[in-house]
Structures are given as structure tokens and as C-alpha cells.
Write a protein that binds this ligand. Structure first.
Ligand code: CMP
Length: 140
């Protein structure tokens, strides 16, 4: 498997509880490199665009509220098989189902405030990265 890049968000529940460094430590311990990172406060419009794939789902309104409620940290992670590896490090979407040692098991509060987002495929990773970073902001 070649070196891949994936897009990550540390959600408002992480920044609110001052856990950015703790989550980043887990990412780096898994061998993923943080090759771009910035702290932003998403507008409702940005959250709606980012999660447009979920717009018909019943939780969409709450998701947009939560993602725009406070600062997030957007990141590009790089490494061998990075997309799948990060999803393993994150753990299941529902923290109650997440395995021991994963970010969501250790830090997530509930399904909505589940601490992190990670891309699910190469195509979505490319789209999500381009939404938040210019090419010259990513330094591998
Ligand atoms: P994320 O990986 O950011 O992608 C969509 C988000 O919607 C998900 O994490 C959860 O935080 C949130 N969400 C809330 N309810 C659900 C649900 N029932 N199924 C999937 N995602 C949900």
C-alpha cells in the first residue's frame, strides 16, 4: 500500500475540553504524520457543505449545530494506508461500540460529539482536503 493522505477534523467537543494535544498524540502514536493543521470556527454554511452527503438524514440539523458550535482543528494526515489506519484509530462512529484504545472510546461523549471525523475513501479524502487546504499549506 502506497503512502496516502486523509482528512481529519478534531471536533468542537475536543477543543472545548482542551484535548487537541491528547488526540494528536494518538494520531502520531499510530504512525500518521500531521502534514497540515489549522484551527477554524466553521460557519453553519461550511458545515452544511462539508456534510451535504448527510442532508436527508434526521441528525443533519443537530450535526450542523454541533460542528459550528465552537472551534475545530482541520488536518491532513499522511502515512501508509492512512485512510483505513485513521478510521481504525478513531474507532466506531458510536463511541459505545468503539474498541478500547481508540480515540472515540477514550474521548467521545456520544454519537454527535464523537471527537473526530476522518475521510472514508480516497475520493472523499481528496474532496475534503481541497475544501479546507491550499496545496502550499500541506507540507509533507
Ligand atoms: P462523522 O464521521 O463526522 O460523519 C457524520 C457524523 O454525523 C458522524 O461522524 C456523527 O458525529 C454524526 N451522527 C449523528 N448521528 C448519527 C447516526 N445515527 N449515524 C451516523 N452518524 C451520525
Amino acid at each position: 500500500m502506497a503512502i496516502q493522505r486523509t482528512f481529519s477534523i478534531l471536533k468542537p467537543d475536543v477543543t472545548r475540553r482542551n484535548l487537541t494535544g491528547a488526540v494528536n498524540a494518538k494520531i502520531e502514536a499510530a504512525g500518521l504524520r500531521i502534514v497540515a493543521q489549522k484551527r477554524v470556527h466553521m460557519t453553519r454554511g461550511q458545515a452544511e457543505t462539508f456534510y451535504a452527503v448527510h442532508k436527508e438524514r434526521p441528525f443533519f440539523g443537530e450535526l450542523v449545530d454541533q460542528m459550528s458550535a465552537g472551534p475545530v482543528v482541520v488536518q491532513v494526515l499522511e502515512g501508509e494506508n492512512a485512510i483505513l489506519k485513521y478510521r481504525e484509530v478513531m474507532g466506531a462512529t458510536n463511541p459505545e461500540k468503539a474498541e478500547a484504545g481508540t480515540i472515540r472510546k477514550e474521548f467521545a461523549l456520544n454519537m454527535g460529539e464523537n471527537s473526530v471525523h476522518g475521510s472514508d475513501a480516497e475520493e472523499t479524502a481528496a474532496i475534503e482536503i481541497a475544501q479546507w487546504f491550499a496545496g502550499n499549506e500541506i507540507v509533507g
